[in-house]
Ligand binder design. Structure first.
Ligand code: DGY
Length: 430
């Protein structure tokens, strides 16, 4: 067994090995470009042993920002690869807002402001914060305008990739309603590197591609995408991450002496609408909301715990989440088959699959967000248990993209950067 110092060194070595110069690949073969929320947590991990390189990571990501404020989910940085979609597939030059560099045309959960604040709180970097604050503010403003589809203050996503949880069963109904006609020709690159049963189904990919094709035909014009995207969802995870990031942006803005009334307004409206939209009193769970169907998405996944991370649950809602679900062996607590937390989907869901991407496996990223959430609500023992179990999982199996919750074996991409970055975080910030 490796001790903690060994594990720290191993984690650093993974981040060094995946270093592509000015950005870090999430995984060596499967993900050769720069991904938005991956890069944010990679910067957090790097900040523990190479702060200047962490700041380069963030600046490189920001180079992909669109003229209207959108922060894309992938920045390509010109590296040739067999990744699909390749940069040309997005056809972003059809948009007057596209940046100089090649990027995707959709976004991802906005973790970056929270990460900048955390790094700054540990080692003050005032000049850097002053430099990047305007870009962060523009991204958040874009989210609160271009993606506030119903004027409620909550934001929506238009593609499952924007959720960061691509094939989550939360999207099953919405995806089944889409008939992917006139698909452009494409070849999946992912299954060259990872076994098919650990990746999304082909039917999901057809719909992922169908949506991209629709968006590029509308030149990524934000209002047109809200009107025409058949996938339009208010996502609990995305909104929780944004709320917490707005709080962090507010703190940074106040420190800089910037006007912050706009951010206070966003926070006020999100808090006012969050539980009314997402909390289901009967089940005691948070459900995403399908705006096209005009109905909650009643699927029990671990994303239901995410309001804890943002401080958006009441004490009573938090108590019910933990007592009825977290500690329930039929759903999320370990049992004779499932040994590791946190399965991305409740075991009670018929679509639960132990090794398939976001259908069941354990992800270190979710565990880290949930350690933070459990601490915030005073569930200190549960938070510590989850922190230790997560480190133990990595120590046992290595830095995998995700893990089979039954035996802890690795799935997806090996040598995965965010698993390494968050192992550093979980070890050092115990
Ligand atoms: C992938 O390629 O699986 C990514 O999650 C899409 O961004």
């Amino acid at each position: 067994m490796r001790n903690s110092d060994d594990l720290l060194r191993q984690a650093q070595a993974v981040l060094r090995a995946n270093d592509a110069g000015v950005y870090t690949c999430p995984g060596p073969r499967q993900y050769p470009h720069q991904w938005n929320w991956d890069s944010a947590v990679i910067a957090l991990g790097l900040s523990h042993f190479d702060l200047p390189r962490a700041l380069v990571e963030i600046r490189s990501l920001l180079r992909g920002q669109w003229r209207d404020g959108l922060m894309p989910h992938i920045v390509y940085h010109g590296r040739p690869s067999d990744y699909f979609p390749d940069p040309d597939f997005w056809q972003i030059t059809g948009s007057p807002n596209a940046p100089e560099v090649a990027t995707s045309g959709i976004t991802q959960p906005p973790l970056l402001a929270s990460i900048v604040r955390q790094i700054h709180a540990r080692t003050p970097i005032p000049a850097f914060v002053r430099d990047v604050y305007p870009a962060l503010l523009r991204w958040h403003r874009w989210l609160h305008t271009a993606r506030d589809a119903d004027g409620s203050g909550l934001v929506c996503i238009i593609h499952p990739w924007e959720s960061g949880t691509d094939d989550s069963p939360r999207w099953l109904w919405a995806m089944q309603r889409i008939t992917p006609t006139h698909l452009p020709a494409y070849h999946r690159g992912d299954t060259r590197h990872v076994a098919h049963p650990e990746r999304p189904y082909d039917a999901d990919y057809d719909r992922f591609v169908y949506l991209i094709d629709l968006f590029r035909r509308h030149s990524y014009e934000p209002a047109a995408l809200l009107t025409h995207s058949p996938f339009l969802v208010q996502d609990v995870l995305f909104n929780a991450v944004l709320y917490r990031a707005d709080e962090d942006l507010l703190a940074l803005g106040r420190e800089l002496g910037e006007p912050t009334d706009e951010i206070v307004g966003w926070l006020h409206r999100m808090r006012a609408g969050f539980s009314a939209r997402f909390w289901d009193e009967t089940h005691g769970l948070y459900f995403d909301y399908d705006m096209r169907a005009g109905a909650p998405i009643a699927v029990n996944t671990a994303l239901t715990f995410m309001p804890l991370y943002a401080g958006l649950a009441s004490q009573e809602q938090a108590r019910r989440l933990i007592t009825d679900h977290w500690l329930n062996p039929a759903e999320y607590a370990p049992d004779s088959v499932v040994r590791y937390r946190v399965t991305t989907t409740s075991k009670t869901e018929s679509c639960w699959e132990a090794r398939r991407y976001w259908r069941g496996p354990v992800w270190i990223m979710l565990n880290w967000l949930l350690v933070e959430g459990l601490r915030r609500y005073g569930f200190k023992a549960l938070a510590e248990e989850l922190r230790r179990d997560s480190i133990e999982l990595v120590r046992r199996s290595g830095f995998w993209e995700y893990y089979d919750p039954r035996d802890g074996s690795g799935c997806g991409s090996p040598d995965f950067s965010w698993s390494a970055a968050l192992t550093l975080e979980l070890l050092i910030r115990s």
